[in-house]
Design a protein around this ligand. Structure first.
Ligand SMILES: NC(=O)c1ccc[n+]([C@@H]2O[C@H](COP(=O)([O-])OP(=O)(O)OC[C@H]3O[C@@H](n4cnc5c(N)ncnc54)[C@H](OP(=O)(O)O)[C@@H]3O)[C@@H](O)[C@H]2O)c1
Length: 339
């Protein structure tokens, strides 16, 4: 199999390279692409030195699959050209996720969807939605998912290298941060640029941009609803999302209270989830535990008195691995197996 990565110099691209070296070391060829500013840069992968190519001028002929992780604009513009050149596109951005001709695939939740790809593109879901899907799919199969009240706690690496740099700069630049205990304006954390307010020592109930859906929701909140519906195949799934950015480097968390058609106890849910090899049941799941591992963590599973058949739980997953790079590589493996 011959594979390309567009966005190979970014965070997600770097994690893809690590994961592919472990899971697909024997591929016939790997080509790497990024913006013109990175063209010519050399990246070592699996004992080879690969020169990064300018994604906008390259030919993709001869490649079987190209994994995109370079933002929605790049995907929207380049993916059709790559498909014309003969490769299957596996796209990490939001550009194609809601397109009816593009399957939205979480490996372990809806693998069969990859077969129906009339545009030659397969979309990788949003990182927050993705980490919850293996768990919600299992609970949906057992009891029929009707709705979810979700609060997310999203890490800064979900905003690219820019988010990581902004948190680091603010933490390192803050002198006497303990004065924030009594006065939240006592430390100058600098002008935010990636985020709407300082992210260090803070929690921002504003992830993404405001969308014009009449609900006063952000793009991250809207993705959580629309992508969950498409992946789980529940057109009328009710989702009440609040997405919050927190000063954690990696690991997106979700506090979910879910309502089901039929009763399901915490013990039944725990037993079903424990049987999955992509889920770890851990009573205190945290972002630090999740960073660098492939599985989603789930814990604090308990009844909810808000719904007749309700369960509350806390889910955490590595947004760069299952939330992005790992799932994209897993889709590439499914494509390879279907060639
Ligand atoms: N971070 C996450 O948790 C996460 C999760 C799911 C999906 N995603 C998606 O993955 C993508 C990348 O995220 P990231 O965190 O890796 O961001 P990042 O660290 O900022 O990296 C961005 C990558 O895109 C490349 N790029 C930018 N403009 C380009 C252009 N015009 N043509 C070709 N390549 C271009 C960059 O190349 P240069 O180095 O040459 O600029 C770099 O390789 C985004 O679409 C994001 O929505 C991210």
């Amino acid at each position: 199999m011959k594979i390309g990565i567009v966005g190979a110099t970014g965070q997600v691209g770097g994690v893809m390279l690590d994961i592919m070296a472990k899971r697909m070391p024997d591929i016939d060829e790997l080509r790497l692409f990024a913006s013109p500013k990175s063209a010519g840069k050399e990246i070592n992968w699996n004992s080879q030195t690969i020169t990064v190519e300018d994604a906008s001028t390259a030919s993709y002929e001869g490649l079987d699959a190209v994994l995109f992780s370079a933002g929605g604009g790049t995907s929207k513009e380049l993916a059709p050209k790559v498909v014309l050149d003969g490769a299957v596109v596996i796209d990490n951005s939001s550009a194609w996720r809601q397109d009816d001709g593009v399957p939205l695939v979480v490996v372990g939740a809806n693998n069969d969807a990859i077969a129906d790809r009339p545009k030659g593109i397969i979309a990788n879901p949003n990182c927050t939605t993705m980490v919850a899907m293996p768990i919600m799919k299992t609970l949906h199969e057992a009891a029929g998912l009707k709705g979810m009240i979700v609060s997310s706690y999203q890490a800064v690496s979900g905003s690219g290298l820019a988010g990581v740099d902004e948190l680091t700069t603010q933490i390192e630049g803050a002198s006497s941060p303990t004065s924030l205990v009594t006065d939240g304006s006592s430390v100058n954390l600098g002008e935010p640029s990636t985020y709407v307010e300082p992210i260090a020592y803070n929690a921002l109930p504003w992830a993404g941009d405001l969308v014009d859906d009449g609900l006063y929701e952000t793009s991250e909140e809207q993705k959580l609803r629309h992508e969950s519906r498409k992946i789980l195949g529940i057109d009328d799934l009710m989702v009440a999302p609040t997405c919050v950015r927190i000063p954690v480097y990696t690991g997106h968390s979700l506090a979910i209270t879910a309502s089901f058609e039929s009763p399901i106890t915490p013990a039944e849910a725990t037993s079903l989830l424990s049987q999955r090899d992509d889920v770890i049941v851990d009573n205190i799941p945290t972002p630090l535990k999740s960073a660098g591992i492939d599985e989603s963590l789930v814990g604090r599973i308990r009844p909810s008195e808000v719904f007749e058949n309700g369960l509350s739980m806390f889910i955490v997953g590595d947004n760069l691995r299952k939330g992005a790079a790992l799932n994209a590589v897993q889709i590439a493996e499914l494509v390879r197996d279907s060639l």
